[in-house]
Design a protein around this ligand. Structure first.
Ligand code: FES
Length: 124
């Protein structure tokens, strides 16, 4: 079931900016790629670089500053051959200048789940 919450107003995230927001139990980032906003987890799917700090956004292409993985936020796709993982995207909608995101489920990358399993194995 969807759980839409208002995260901010459209003007809070200027073009080519990436900002982090708390949505309760976890954080998300919103990125303004010029034609709209995208919402996704705040860390790079490669090695957890914080994308609101190290991400560079230009002409719809988001680049992680750590090892230069790239994504096309217009198409929600990987944007270079060296980028091994796509971003996970939250559903997002705008109503009268307010930005709402469906936060019914925290999206996480595979390495996060593997690490949790490793911890359970170690302490179990
Ligand atoms: S941590 Fe982002 S590309 Fe490596």
């Amino acid at each position: 079931m969807s759980k839409w919450i208002k995260v901010c107003e459209l003007e809070d995230v200027p073009e080519n900016n990436i900002k982090k927001f708390s949505v309760g139990d976890f954080d998300i980032v919103l990125a303004n790629y010029g034609e709209g906003l995208r919402a996704f987890p705040p860390v790079c799917p490669h090695m957890r670089e914080p994308l609101d700090v190290s991400g560079l956004l230009d002409q719809g292409i988001l680049t992680c500053g750590k090892h230069v993985w790239q994504w096309d936020l217009r198409e929600c796709t990987k944007a270079s051959s060296m980028t091994e993982e796509n971003l996970l995207f939250y559903e997002l909608k705008e109503e009268n200048g307010d930005i709402f995101v469906d936060v019914s489920e925290q999206l996480s990358y595979a390495w996060e789940e593997e690490e949790e399993l490793d911890d359970d194995d170690f302490f179990g």
